[in-house]
Ligand binder design. Structure first.
Ligand code: GLA
Length: 718
């Protein structure tokens, strides 16, 4: 009897051990809704077994297929694009990574980080994969660290942040591409066998032609409220590359990372190569949910002052361009006050002593006031603006230099440009070499000096108008292929110093419009300038595109005279994001001025809903001649609905706009706002009370066949 008991306990113990071993073969990264599961194969290598809706029962894990190698290496038996390619000291170009260990820790409530260590058994090379999971927001961040202990440096040719694989019958990828003043056009295409790359090699103004984000819809084209979609973005303010490869088993492999183009990296023994973060979400309820998850996550965890409020402003760029002086600015301060905005923002053209910046041809780099234009300097402007009751913000473009500048005369080697060749200029300027620590100090010093001399400066617009051209760094000498990477790392060092010293200073990220917009940069910026194109109709499309990844709070939108639509239309469009103006107020009639004031008041009052609520894209301008977007307060007691008729056809039969995200049981009073004085509410819904149920199932007849008209409705739970 005793012997049987002992035998039984040995058997149970062995069974438990086996179970443990089986379980430890799986590594599960989990949010409340998504699972990413890795499996250690019998050969000791790591495979991605699953990515999709969170699995409910851990005992099923054993049934999962093995999948493809998690961080595919070059030189072994898999024929597809590798995540890593490395050349060892002895000339061997292969890598074989085996699982060593993994660890999961709680970073803070609702956030876990899992690290998985992989090693080559023949060469002393280690790769650690890091995954941070945000449970409630359903976001996963992934990054990789590569290190080695060979005698001499190794060369890295490829070094992805992430490799994800997916299994579906069809894949539809949406990219966001365009041009200056024509940003983030969404195009969807089916992926079939082979590769599609979305990448940039523009360096500093990296996203001018395409943005560092994409979405992939499984089985069917992406829809707003249904279907499985993956949203991914690279947090890197430089060259990025996404490779979508469909293999012979119709699996999709998505590689995301720094673009390795012309960027082979020599890694010293003991040094860590840390990739940027790839951030993604997996939604089973279509694009709308994925976007809302990104918005909530960004406000809580990523965007500078993501949970704080935002200042409305009057900018002078389109109102004056380079042609201003103290008197003109003084009048604009008054106009800002009259409008009711919080701040005046002085744009380009205020600096340069030997080469005054009266056009974009000179002066960039010399950050002292132009005496003729501003005899009393910035300090005086700050005081004047404050005396009028508005704050003062300032434009800078600190990473750049015009060759016609004192800075370039003194430090030609600080600018990225090739020796022995004629230099090509983009907007008459060059990019400063931020791989050089002296240049980093100089660039940090621009902000620091301005803030120290004029502590009243309340805001910066930080611009970056040129891509990297004439690619050569005098500082990096024989490491030229490190330039694209070290330049971005240098930029982060500067931005970190600025944030550490001025943690509450709001800053707008700008790059000749929206050519710079990624989540690493947005750690240091409260908002970004989506486009120089401020035409009301164009902005509907541009804001629609950016809204897929970025909350309205982070998107600066100004009312200007660019578009010829009615003023109300342009105001309504700008009010969907962070409202600002760039317009001559005195050119408007009284009624129009009152409308602007009214919209500013409404924006301030409704900021908590528009900037911090949940956004629903209701009617797509891509699919119709109309658009509709709504924002719901988290408690569902208030919602703001924006609708637009763009260029409808004569006789078109329009459909009611069905609302979303309301409480079906609540009753909402509808009021039309942003109306020109004395004009009656156009919407028949004005003043009526509806149930959330009715508004979501039947909707409101708000769309019409009149060109460029718009409505803003405020819904308040009774
Ligand atoms: C870029 C910006 C504009 C403006 C100009 C100034 O084009 O996108 O908003 O600041 O520079 O030169």
């Amino acid at each position: 009897m005793k012997r049987t008991l002992v035998l039984l306990s040995i058997l149970i113990f062995a069974g438990l051990l086996q179970l443990q071993a089986a379980e430890s073969k799986f590594i599960s990264i989990r949010t409340d809704q998504t699972n990413l599961i890795f499996k250690v194969g019998d050969n000791g290598r790591l495979y991605q077994s699953y990515l999709g809706q969170a699995l409910g029962d851990a005992s099923d894990l054993a049934y999962l297929p093995q999948g493809i190698e998690a961080y595919l290496t070059h030189g072994m038996e898999d024929y597809f694009e590798p995540a890593i390619r490395i050349l060892h000291n002895d000339g061997n170009p292969s890598l074989l990574l085996k699982y060593v260990s993994h660890n999961t820790r709680n970073v803070e409530p609702g956030v876990t980080e899992t690290s998985i260590l992989l090693k080559d058994e023949v060469y002393p090379v280690e790769v650690t994969l890091y995954f941070t999971a945000f449970a409630k927001e359903n976001i996963i961040k992934e990054r990789t660290e590569i290190r080695h202990n060979e005698k001499k440096p190794v060369t890295l040719y490829q070094y992805a942040s992430s490799l994800l694989s997916m299994q579906a019958s069809k894949y539809y990828m949406t990219e966001f591409s365009g041009e200056w003043a024509h940003e983030v056009n969404m195009t969807e295409q089916e992926l079939s066998f082979g590769k599609k790359m979305v990448d940039t090699k523009l360096g500093s103004r990296a996203g001018m032609l395409c943005s560092p984000f994409f979405l992939v819809s499984l089985n069917d084209k992406a829809k707003e409220n249904s279907g499985d979609v993956l949203f991914g973005t690279l947090a890197w303010t430089g060259n990025f590359r996404f490779t979508f490869e469909v293999d012979n088993h119709n699996k999709l492999r998505i590689l995301s990372g720094i673009n390795p183009y012309a960027s082979e990296y020599t890694l010293k023994p003991g040094e860590v190569f840390a990739t940027p973060e790839f951030i993604f979400t997996y939604s089973t309820e279509g694009k709308g949910k994925a976007s809302r998850d990104f918005h909530s996550w960004a406000r809580k965890y990523q965007l500078k002052d993501g949970e704080g409020s935002r200042m409305s402003l009057l900018n002078n760029w389109e109102a004056t361009y380079f042609d201003f002086d103290e008197t003109k600015l003084g009048n604009l301060f008054k106009e800002a006050k009259h409008l009711g905005v919080d701040m005046f923002l002085l744009d380009d053209g205020w600096f340069g002593t030997k080469y005054p910046r009266n056009s974009d041809k000179q002066g960039l780099g010399d950050w002292t006031e132009i005496k003729e234009k501003l005899p009393n300097g910035i300090g005086h402007l700050v005081k004047e603006a404050n005396a009028q009751g508005v704050k003062f913000g300032l434009w800078i473009e600190p990473e750049m230099v015009n060759p016609k500048s004192e800075l370039f005369e003194k430090h030609p080697d600080w600018a990225i440009h090739l020796p022995n060749r004629e230099t090509y200029y983009f907007r008459n300027q060059l990019v400063l070499d931020l791989s050089n620590p002296e240049v980093q100090d100089y660039v940090f010093g621009i902000v620091d000096k301005l803030m120290t001399s004029y502590p009243g400066i309340a805001y910066f617009k930080w611009d970056c108008n040129s891509p990297i051209t004439n690619v050569y760094s005098a500082y990096l000498k024989d490491k030229q292929s490190h330039l694209y990477i070290e330049h971005v790392r240098g930029l982060y060092k500067v931005l970190k110093r600025v944030k550490d010293k001025y943690p509450t200073l709001p800053m707008m990220l700008c790059s000749g419009g929206g050519a710079r917009c990624d989540y690493e940069a947005l750690k240091y910026f409260t908002e970004f300038w989506a486009s120089d194109n401020t035409d009301g109709v164009e902005r509907i499309f541009i804001q629609w595109g950016f809204s897929h990844f970025f909350p309205s709070k982070s998107i600066a939108a100004h009312v200007t005279s660019w578009g010829k639509q009615p003023l109300k239309f342009r105001l309504d469009v700008a009010m969907m994001c962070k409202l600002g103006f760039d317009i001559q107020l005195h050119e408007m009639n009284e009624k129009e001025q009152i409308l602007c004031q009214d919209v500013v008041k409404n924006f301030k009052r409704l900021q908590p809903v528009i900037l911090d609520g949940d956004q629903y894209r209701l009617v797509s301008p891509y699919e119709s001649d109309h658009a509709a977007v709504m924002y719901n307060a988290k408690d569902k007691n208030k919602a703001i609905l924006f609708t637009y008729d763009i260029h409808p056809r004569y006789g078109e039969i329009t459909q009611p706009v069905r609302l979303e995200g309301l409480d079906p049981a609540k009753r909402y009073k509808v009021e039309e706002i942003n109306l020109l004085q004395d004009s009656k509410p156009v919407s028949a819904a004005n003043g009526k009370v509806y149930s959330g149920d009715y508004l979501m199932k039947v909707g409101l007849p708000l769309l019409s066949t009149r060109h460029t008209t718009s409505h803003v409705l405020e819904l308040t739970a009774q």
